[in-house]
Ligand binder design. Sequence first.
Ligand SMILES: Nc1ncnc2c1ncn2[C@@H]1O[C@H](COP(=O)(O)OP(=O)(O)OP(=O)(O)O)[C@@H](O)[C@H]1O
Length: 262
Amino acid sequence: MEPAQPAPATSNISVRRGEPLVVVEHVEKHFGDLHVLNDINTVVNRGEVVVVIGPSGSGKSTLCRAINRLETIDSGTISIDGIALPSEGAALARLRADVGMVFQSFNLFAHKTVLENVTLAPIRVKKRSRKEADAKAMELLDRVGVANQAKKMPAQLSGGQQQRVAIARSLAMNPKLILLDEPTSALDPEMINEVLDVMIGLAKDGMTMIVVTHEMGFARKAADRVLFMADGKIVEEATPAEFFDNPQSDRAKDFLSKILEH
Ligand SMILES: Nc1ncnc2c1ncn2[C@@H]1O[C@H](COP(=O)(O)OP(=O)(O)OP(=O)(O)O)[C@@H](O)[C@H]1O
C-alpha cells in the first residue's frame, strides 16, 4: 500500500495511490461556438481508477479523446508520465502505445481473428516476434475470459466477448493507462456485467484507468474518484461515497435524481 501523499495543487482529493500519471491543466476546447471543455484541471495518479460521469453532451468523451490526442485541444496542457502530449509523428505513436483505448463500439478488425486482433499492434509497433506476441495475447485473452475464442472471427463472438477482446487488445502494448469510453453502453444488459467484472479485475490489479460510463454501480465499486462534468466543466471531483451520498452541486443532485428514477 502506497503511503498517503499531499494532494497536487490542481486536485482537491488526497492521493491514495502512486504519483501523478496524467496531469490536465487549464484545458480548453471549442467545436465552433460550442465550449466543450472549459478550464479542465485534474490529476490522475498511477494505479487510480477515475470515473467520468455527467449528462449527455457534457464533454466526457471529448476529454477522454483529448488525453490520447484523438482530439486536439485549443489551449492548456495534458501530460502523461511527465511528458507534455505530443501532437504528431513518432512521439504521437509512442503516446498511443502507452495509452490503451477501448471504445463504445468494439472496433475489432473484422477480417482478422481474435488472436490477430490482439497481436497486430505489438508485432507491427513493438516488433515483437509472432511467437512472443501470440503467447502474450493468449495470456491476455485468458485474463479476460475468452482464450477459447482465439481462433474465431470477431463476428462469431457476442458483443460482451468482443468488448473483452477489445480490452485484451488495449492491454497488449503494456500501456501505462487505459481509457474506456462507455465500454458497456452498446451491450445487451446480460453482457454488461461480464465486461464490468473484467474492468473491476483490472482495477484490483492496479491498472490506471479513466472510464467514461453511465454504470453507477461500477463507479461506486471500483472508482477511487468520480469526476462529474456538466456543460464542459468539472463540477465535482470526489470519492464515490462523497459524490453519491452527498453531492454538493445542484447539477449533480439533479443528474443523480434523474438516474435513480430509472
Ligand atoms: N467532432 C465534433 N464536432 C462538433 N461537435 C462535437 C464533436 N464531437 C462532439 N461534439 C459536441 O460536443 C459536445 C460534447 O460531446 P461529448 O461527446 O464529449 O459529450 P459526452 O459528455 O461524452 O456525451 P454522451 O454522454 O452523450 O456521449 C456535444 O454537444 C457534442 O455534440
